[in-house]
Design a protein around this ligand. Structure first.
Ligand SMILES: [Zn+2]
Length: 41
């Protein structure tokens, strides 16, 4: 069985929130988090 989750340089992009300690998988998620959690426009 092939494990596609092996170590590689193709890591998921991470978008850390600079207001709190959370990290998101996409810019969109970070943006939505900022809006809902920190009331950013
Ligand atoms: Zn945050």
């Amino acid at each position: 069985m092939k494990n596609s989750d092996e170590n590689s340089t193709n890591v998921k992009a991470s978008f850390p929130c600079d207001k709190c300690d959370q990290t998101f998988g996409s810019r969109q998620e970070l943006k939505e988090h900022g809006r809902s959690a920190h009331q950013l426009l």
